[in-house]
Structures are given as C-alpha cells and as structure tokens.
Design a protein around this ligand. Structure first.
Ligand code: UD1
Length: 414
C-alpha cells in the first residue's frame, strides 16, 4: 500500500511541464483498435491506468513496445472478446466497446471499474449502440452485437464523455452518416477526433454540441502526441496557489482551463496566460469565498473539485461547491476535516469555511481525492500521512518528483 508523507508549509515556486492527458491517452489507446494496424503514441504517461489498459489490449492479442516514452501498439491481430480482469480496474475499459463494434460489429467485455464516485450507469452507451442497429446486453459482462452498423441520428440524454467516445468510434465505421446531438465537448474528445481524423476518419463538429460523421470502410495507423493533462495542470496550480507560491505550467492551452482560472482569479490569485503556458501567483490568505458548480465542459470539471476544495479553505468567507455529475465525490472534503478543515456536506453541496490546516493521517479513497489531500497537506502545519496513495498513481506521473522540484517536502513510500 503506497503512502505519502508531506511536511507542509513550504512555498512552492517554479515551472512544471505537464504529462500527456490520462483521459485522452486512455481513449486513444482504445480508439487505436480501429486502425487494424500499428499506432505510435508519443510521451505516454507512466501511470497505472495506462498499464491496466495495456494489459487489457495485450489480452486481446495486441502487441506493445516502448521506445523511451513512445509506445507502439500493433492492433493487427486482436479479438473482440475481452476476458481480462483489468477491465474492472479502469473506467476507460468501456471505451473499447465503440472501437470493437466499429471494427468487428461485436464486442464483449467485463463491466468497467474506475473510481468509486457514484453509480456510473451505462444507459447512454446502450442507447447509442441500439440506435446504430446493435443489440446491447449488460450483466457481469457487456455484449454488443450487430449484423450491420448503420448511421443514424442519435441524441445523448446528457453529454457523457465515455458515451461520446463510443458513439464516435462506432460511427466512423458505420454505413452512411451519423449525426450525434448533445455530445461531450471536453478537450479530450477534440483530441480523440484529431487522432481519428489522422487515421482517415471523416468527422465534423468536435467541441460543439453536434457532431456529424461519415462512415469510412478503413482506417490506418498513425503516430500521435496526445494533449497535456489539464487536471494535472489544475492540481499544480492549486498547489502553488494554496502555499502562496508562484510559477508556470507549460504545454497547455489556456482556454481549456477557463472555468478553473476564473475561480483562481475570483480568489485573488494572479493569473497570466500565454499561448502554451499559465502563470499563477497565489496567496496564503485568499479573497472572499466563491460558489462553484461542477458541470460538463465548458463547466467547472468535476475532476478538479477535490483539488480546489483545500484551496477554498484559505478564503476569508464561506465557499460552496455543488457537485452535479457524481453522487459520491466528497471523500476528499470529509477527510480534510481531519486536518482541521471546517467543511460540512449536505447532499451534493460542500460548504467550505475559512480554516487553518494541520498535519494528520488521512486516507485517499479515489484518484482525485488523493491529489486533493496532497494539496491540503502542502499547506498544513506539520506532517501529514496520506494512506492508500496507489489511487494517485493511477493518474499522476512522478508526482513526488514534480512537487519536490517546486520546493515541497514530501516522500512516497511503496
Ligand atoms: C469521464 C472521465 C472522468 C470524468 C468524467 C466527467 C475518463 C476515463 N473518465 O468519465 O475522469 O470525471 O468523464 O468529466 O475519461 N452517465 C449516465 N449514463 C451513461 C453514462 C454516463 O447517467 O450511460 C452519467 C454519469 O453517471 C455522470 C455523467 O453522466 O453523472 C457524466 O459521466 P461521463 O461523462 O460518462 O463520465 P465517464 O466517461 O465515466
């Protein structure tokens, strides 16, 4: 079991070069199935979710080879039946359904896992496959089958990221045109579309609520550099803000961070953006409290709320954070109370009051909660011990090294 020991109170300053995006990379690794060829992914992050996804792909017959951080996956000989237990460890295993159905007209896999942050139903995924002419059966295993895959008009009940990945990946190989309405507009979806286009797909409208896809007969291999991780970026901005530090995150598209930067500005942090970098200067005491509501992009990212909550304890009056996407996502807020945070949670709203944080032993219950607790511990007086940090290793590469380079005092024990 991994644990992180943090000695709080250091001011974090410096530059951080971000890893490539966990969520984009996982979607691309799945979408590569459509190539029936070799695909090289550049600067692949060294995180356990990627390793689990590669385990699943290898169990299907894919061959993987690293050259430094460049990863070549040979998707030539694979089967659409996935029996690997790793499916239960990552949410993104469900992203394989669309590419497998696109390529083989069938898919079978164990139900996906991922963070325990709510019910996470798959009804929208089912709806997509049914609209494209497939049968969808879900028990312990998910089975999708269709004689033919025929383009259609599909409206998503809500803009689910995973369902959009599956819809786009199935539709690129369907017969004729598919129009998908109310699609997710997350930057990771735009990255997926850029990748599929490089493989020969015909897609328009990414980043808007409607996508139009013309099915093609065949896609081909490619080499691709995924976008940088905006949630990792937000985590380092939070770490610098809460410790009254200053610094720069590099390799980013500032527009992807808009709702997060807006909150930092409201709390009186200084923010400056250039083409591919964001500068922040934090303060140990921030301005008056803010009100945040998570939502699908371009709303405030649910993945950032655990990381932002400790920062809000430094505001001079109460903040509220309303979680609209997942019903069980306040484990970080509740654990932070052990560090002295004055936080209460009622249903889907956390009330965060001005607090002095002190070192304590806390437990990470999911990936982003792990990052949020680390951010809190950096600003706490004394030493904190954060248990079950294997959750953090799912999504953050070299977390300890990057924070140490900014001046933090921390050590990970495995
Ligand atoms: C992805 C991200 C996750 C992020 C989330 C929202 C990956 C690997 N994971 O998860 O980090 O927190 O987007 O930005 O990329 N829903 C349904 N029925 C469905 C599908 C979704 O009701 O069939 C609901 C979910 O319960 C949730 C909301 O839709 O309330 C958004 O979920 P979704 O966008 O699908 O999240 P994931 O793709 O699972």
């Amino acid at each position: 079991m991994a644990k992180l020991i943090v000695t709080g109170g250091k001011t974090l300053c410096g530059e951080v070069r971000l890893q490539t995006s966990k969520n984009a990379t996982l979607a691309l690794l799945a979408a590569g199935v459509l190539s029936e060829d070799k695909v090289t992914f550049l600067e692949v992050p060294d995180i356990s979710d990627v390793n689990h996804m590669l385990c699943i792909l290898r169990s299907m017959g894919a061959k993987t080879r690293y050259n430094g951080s460049a990863l070549t996956v040979d998707y030539t000989q694979i089967t659409p039946m996935v029996f690997e237990e790793s499916c239960g460890k990552v949410r993104a295993s469900v992203f394989l359904l669309g590419p497998l159905v696109g390529r083989f007209r069938q898919a079978e896999l164990l139900a996906p896992g991922g963070c325990n942050i709510g019910a996470r139903p798959l009804d929208i995924h089912a709806h997509i496959f049914q609209k494209l002419g497939c049968t969808y059966l879900q028990g312990e295993r998910i089975r999708v089958q269709g004689e033919k895959l025929v383009g259609n008009k599909i409206r998503l009940r809500m803009p689910s990221v995973g369902a959009t990945v599956n819809a786009v990946c199935a539709a690129v190989k369907a017969e004729g045109e598919t129009v998908i309405e109310n699609v997710a507009r997350e930057p990771e979806i735009c990255d997926l579309v850029a990748f599929l286009r490089k493989m020969g797909a015909k897609i328009q409208g990414e980043g808007t609520p409607q996508m139009i896809i013309q099915g093609v007969k065949k896609l081909h291999g490619t080499t691709y550099l995924p976008q940088r991780d905006r949630i990792e970026g937000g985590t380092f901005l939070a770490a610098m803000a809460i410790t009254g530090g200053e610094g720069v995150i590099l390799g980013v598209k500032p527009s992807y961070f808009s709702p997060v930067l807006e909150i930092f500005l409201k709390t009186a942090c200084k923010i400056q953006c250039e083409d591919d970098k964001i500068y922040i200067r934090g303060k140990k005491s921030l301005a008056k409290g803010v009100s945040i509501k998570t939502g699908p992009y371009p709303g405030f990212p649910t993945d950032m709320q655990s990381v932002m909550i400790p920062v809000l304890t430094k505001c001079s009056s109460q903040s509220t954070l309303t979680e609209t996407l997942f019903e069980n996502r306040f484990s970080c807020a509740l654990e932070l109370t052990k560090m002295g945070a004055n936080i209460s949670v009622q249903k889907n709203v956390a009330f965060i009051r001005p607090s002095c944080l002190y070192g304590a032993t806390v437990t990470a219950k999911d990936l982003r909660a792990a990052a949020g607790l680390a951010v809190g511990a950096l600003a706490a007086e004394g030493e904190s011990e954060i248990l079950e940090m294997e959750h953090l290793l799912r999504g953050y590469e070299n977390f300890q090294g990057k924070l140490s380079a900014l001046g933090a005092k921390l050590e990970m024990f495995y």
